[in-house]
Every structure is written in C-alpha cells, then in structure tokens.
Write a protein that binds this ligand. Structure first.
Ligand code: NA7
Length: 557
C-alpha cells in the first residue's frame, strides 16, 4: 500500500517505499492505527487525543485548510450562533493565549482559530489537506480498512474515524433551467473561496434558514437589489453581537474552566440549561419576565434556556411563539406581519433551529429589498434573466442557494463505505439511519464516526460534543489496545435498541411537528426520522455507562 500525503500545507511521504516486505506484511500491519476524515472540531480534537495516547493517527480532509464547515461556508456574513467562549475547545493551552474580536465570531476569525489549534497542538505533520476520501472497504482477514483517495492512493488503517460534521453534503433543489441562467449561481456552502462581490448586482436568495438570513443581511447593504425568496418564515432571534476586548476576555478566563465543565452538563452543550419550571406553572408576569430576560440576553438563550416544556408542550410552546411574534411584528410593517411573523405559527417555536439575526427584520423596509412568498408564488423554473415564479420573472445577476444540507447522513453516504460481506453503508441507510449510540453501525467493524446521525450533533454545541465523543472513542481504542483486541463491531440488537430510543425520545417532543432537517425531511425522498439524540448530557451519561460496562453492545475481538 502506498499513501502519499498530498497536502499543500504539510507533507510527509512516510509510506511511499513499497518494498516487497512492506507489501507482504501489510495484512497484519496497517499503514496507520487510525485514519480520521475531517479537519473540523471533532477531527482535530480526536487526532490530538489519539496521538497523545500513543496511536499513529492521521487525518485527511478534502478542504485545503482546516475548519470543517468554516472552510466551506465562507459566504458573506457567515458567522457562528454560539457565543464566546462556548464555540472553542476547552484545552487551556488553546484558550490561554487566544482572543476573539466579537462575541459571535465570523468565518475568517474561526478559520484563524483552527490554524491556532493545529499550530498549538502540533497537528500539521499528521494532516493531509486537499485529500478527499472516495471509498473505504473493510478487510475482514486483515482487520483493517483500505481507504482510497481521489488522487488514486490507498492507505490501510486499523480504525476508520469519519468526523464529517452534520452538514458535509449541501442540498441543491432540482429546479428546471438552472444551466440556462446567464449569471453566476452558488450554494452558500460551496461559495467561491476567492469570494464574489454582490456590489451593484441584483441578487436573488432562495432559502431563509440561518445561511439565507446571514447572506441577506449583507446583500441588503451591498447589492443594488435583493430579492429574498421565502418558503417558510424563519423564527429568528436577536444575536446581540458585541465587540470583545482582550482585557475583557482575560478577566473572564478565570471562569472558563467552570463554563467548559458546565457545558458538558446541559442538554444543548451550552452554558445554561433550560429552567426547571414548566411555562404553565408560573403566572403571566413571571413568564414574561423570563422571556424578556432571555430575549435581552440574546443569542440562542430564548431557545435553550427557556422553560422546561418549551419543546414538549404545545400550549407552552404557543406562548413562547406569541411572544416571539409580537417582538418581531414591532420591527416590521403591518403589511409583512403575516409573511414574516404570522398569527399562527408555521411550526412550533424552536423545532427548526432558530437562526440569529442582527438587522434581518429591518432590511425589508429598504427600497432595494423585496420579499417573495413562495407559498403564494412558487418557483416554476430558472430562465436566463432570473427566476420565474407563478407571478412573473425575478430578474437578477446572481442566484444564491441558501437551501441547506442533506444533514446527518449525507456526508457519510457520499463516501463509498463497504463493510463486512460487501455491505454498503449507503444501502444500509437508504430507508433510514440506524447506529449504536450514534457512533457505530453493525456490519462496519472498526468504524466509529463522530458528530453524525443518532448522536446529539444537530442539537449539541460542536466543540462540547467533539470533546465528549473524542474522549470516548480515545478511551475505547485505549481499552482495546490494553486488552489486546483489534476489532470492534456494534451488535445488531444494540443498534436497533438505540435507534428506537432516539425515535422514542423524539416522540416525547414537538420536533416531529416540523418539516426540518432535524427530522430528515428537508430533502425530497429522505426518510422521515429524528436524526439526532436530543440531549448532550443524556448521551454522555449513557455512553459513559456503556464504557463502564465493558463496552456493552459492542462485540470486541
Ligand atoms: P436550512 O436551515 O436547512 O435552511 C434551508 C432554507 O432553504 C429553508 O428556508 C428552506 O425552506 C429553503 N429551501 C429548501 N429547499 C427549497 C426549495 N426547493 N425552494 C425554496 N426554498 C427552499 O439551511 P441553512 O444553511 O440556512 O442552515 C443550516 C444550519 O446551519 C442551521 O440550522 C444552523 O444550525 C447552521 P423550508 O424552511 O424548508 O420551507
């Protein structure tokens, strides 16, 4: 086997000598102990932990720079929705000398942070950027994975550890005529790395999720004209962005260890849990006081630090929705009330991820901004001049598809992963995802994925879960090495039980009432199921108990 690291950023052609002995020994001696795919939070943290534990772990990523989602999502306005210091790793050597310029950092600063992580943890020599994994095949006799890259190289690894994030596969709706469009068009997650100016252009944006809101705010400032095409109104929350000084952060760093410990103890991996009380157990004054407090605090707090039954009880949820609706209506003209903040909720509040906005509701008062309600005027096709809807042609020079992702399974299914008995992961998951603890799939030995389907990923703050899962997988591999095991596989029964558990947990919430990527049904034809376990702390305690019980539910050999 010959695997040449093709990185632009680093290169170590350690296994290029394909001697006869090397080829003969490869069956028992893989090129590396663990191959991680993906240089986002999960991948980099796991790489660090495994190397620290003495494993020969390597990492590949198709992107040219680390950052995962922050490499690909570099559209104007792209920024994170979790405030400082929640969206960073908790290792003191990483935060001690790092400062952010804003409470909700943008993509450029996030990318710099990932460079800082790779520099500080000395990860570069073990990373091959610009290297895309195309397929991975399990070799039962050799107990290893044969992994191929787009450059035609192969590496063998004992453990295959995809860390692809929840949004590795952008979703582009099939709209007739896209190739006829005279101007450029881009999906937000595949934005040109060199950027594209919106100045003096007529821009049309399809989609009003988090990405659509962020691009729209920028386009409203830069473009000569912006048309925003909305299918469902976003229930957006005020970000309340702030610039941060170094002195301010230095003072707060004394509390960072407590904050990082706390974020492991909450259902969303944030620095606060929901309140203990039910909405319906307090009087109106107390309810409104609580709502107002979270609203003013900004960010996602109105979502994750609300009353305990926000996402479980329809009546409680409706009260929160009404509060949200009235706050938004105070910022827009009455003519837009039913389109942007309707009397009746389009879905229970918070069952689609509420994006954060800064000036979103004000842009609709600008002369250069139009809002098109696709429920009233659906898109018929794309024509050379722009987008043809049932009410006429929207002329534009640039089309932005802010249409989201095949979340959860999409990234894993676009790699051809072939397990035991020639079983393909894409076929196993065609009718719905199933996995044990959201880590491992029966029939796919020695593969553990992080931040993927049936883990809490979509509900959990990225770095919090990267650490919980990274530590857990490191501990599993350490325990196997200690006991002399070279193979693990999720048991079919354990996988079935966990998959049913996630569905049962979801059935106790209001999430199934929305058509969202949480439910897998933002993509036509994708099976409908809750794709994530709805509690970080609950997940951590269950997976810790599994480990303490000798990795119950896994066959170790
Ligand atoms: P989202 O949140 O999935 O939003 C996608 C948006 O695109 C949403 O408004 C969709 O409307 C809209 N959409 C999707 N398909 C179409 C078609 N065919 N026609 C019109 N509109 C369409 O993706 P984002 O990238 O904004 O955010 C993803 C996550 O990243 C977000 O949750 C945060 O966690 C960060 P719909 O609501 O389905 O009617």
């Amino acid at each position: 086997a010959c695997f040449q690291w093709e990185s632009r950023l680093c290169c170590r052609a350690r296994f290029c000598g394909t001697s006869a002995e090397r080829l003969a020994s490869v069956i028992e001696d893989p090129d590396c102990d663990a191959l991680i795919i993906g240089a986002g939070f999960s991948g980099l943290y796991l790489l660090h932990r495994l190397r620290e534990a003495g494993f020969d772990a390597r990492l590949v990523d198709s992107a040219l720079e680390p950052g995962g989602i922050w490499y690909w999502n570099r559209y104007p306005g792209a920024r994170v929705d979790s405030h400082v210091p929640l969206y960073e790793l908790s290792l003191p050597e990483l935060w001690r000398d790092w400062t952010w310029s804003e409470r909700f950092p943008g993509w450029r600063e996030l990318r710099s942070y990932f460079h800082h992580v790779c520099d500080t943890l000395a990860l570069w020599p073990h990373m091959a950027m610009g290297t895309k994994v195309t397929n991975a095949t399990w070799d039962e006799a050799g107990r290893m994975w044969h992994v191929r890259t787009d450059g035609g190289k192969t590496v063998t690894t004992r453990y295959l550890l995809p860390c692809l994030g929840f949004a590795a596969k952008p979703y582009l709706p099939e709209i007739e005529g896209i190739d006829d469009f005279a101007g450029p068009w881009h999906h937000t997650a595949l934005w040109p790395q060199e950027g594209i100016s919106m100045a003096d252009r007529r821009v049309a944006i399809i989609g009003t999720g988090a990405s659509g809101v962020q691009v729209a705010q920028e386009a409203a400032r830069e473009a000569s004209h912006l048309t925003l095409l909305q299918r469902t109104p976003i229930l957006a929350l005020p970000m309340r962005q702030q610039t941060l000084t170094t002195a301010q952060q230095d003072a707060e760093k004394a509390h960072y260890p407590d904050t990082f410990a706390l974020r492991r103890q909450t259902s969303g991996g944030f620095d606060a849990a929901s309140r203990q009380e039910s909405t319906l157990a307090v009087d109106e004054t107390e309810r409104l006081r609580t709502y107002e407090m979270q609203w003013q605090a900004g960010g996602l707090r109105f979502w994750f630090a609300n009353f305990s039954d926000l996402l479980q009880d329809e009546q409680a949820n409706r009260l929160a929705y009404d509060f949200w609706r009235d706050k938004v209506r105070a910022r827009i003209s009455p003519a837009l009330h039913e389109t942007l903040a309707p009397t009746e909720p389009p879905h229970p509040f918070g069952t689609k991820r509420p994006s954060l906005e800064q000036t979103y509701y004000e842009i609709f008062a600008q002369d250069n901004v139009d809002l098109v309600d696709l429920k009233r005027a659906p898109i018929l096709r794309i024509v050379p001049e722009g987008i043809q809807t049932a009410e006429g042609v929207i002329e534009c020079d640039l089309i932005v598809f802010a249409t989201g992702f095949d979340a959860g399974r999409g990234g894993l299914m676009q790699i051809e992963i072939v397990g035991r008995d020639d079983m393909k992961l894409a076929e196993r998951w065609r009718d719905g995802v199933s996995a044990y603890l959201g880590y491992a799939v029966n029939g796919f030995p020695n593969m553990a994925y992080l931040y993927g389907p049936l883990s809490p990923s979509g509900f959990g703050n990225g770095p919090t879960l990267a650490e919980i899962q990274g530590d857990w997988v490191r501990d599993l591999l350490v325990a196997m090495r200690r006991e002399g095991f070279t193979r693990f596989e999720a048991e079919a029964g354990a996988e079935r039980e966990w998959t049913e558990n996630v569905a049962a947990a979801g059935a106790m919430t209001l999430f199934p009432q929305a058509r969202s990527w949480y439910m897998g049904d933002n993509i036509p034809g994708k099976p409908r199921q809750l794709i994530n376990y709805p509690s970080v702390v609950g997940f951590a305690s269950i997976s810790d108990a599994v480990a303490a019980d000798g990795y119950r539910g896994f066959t170790l050999g």
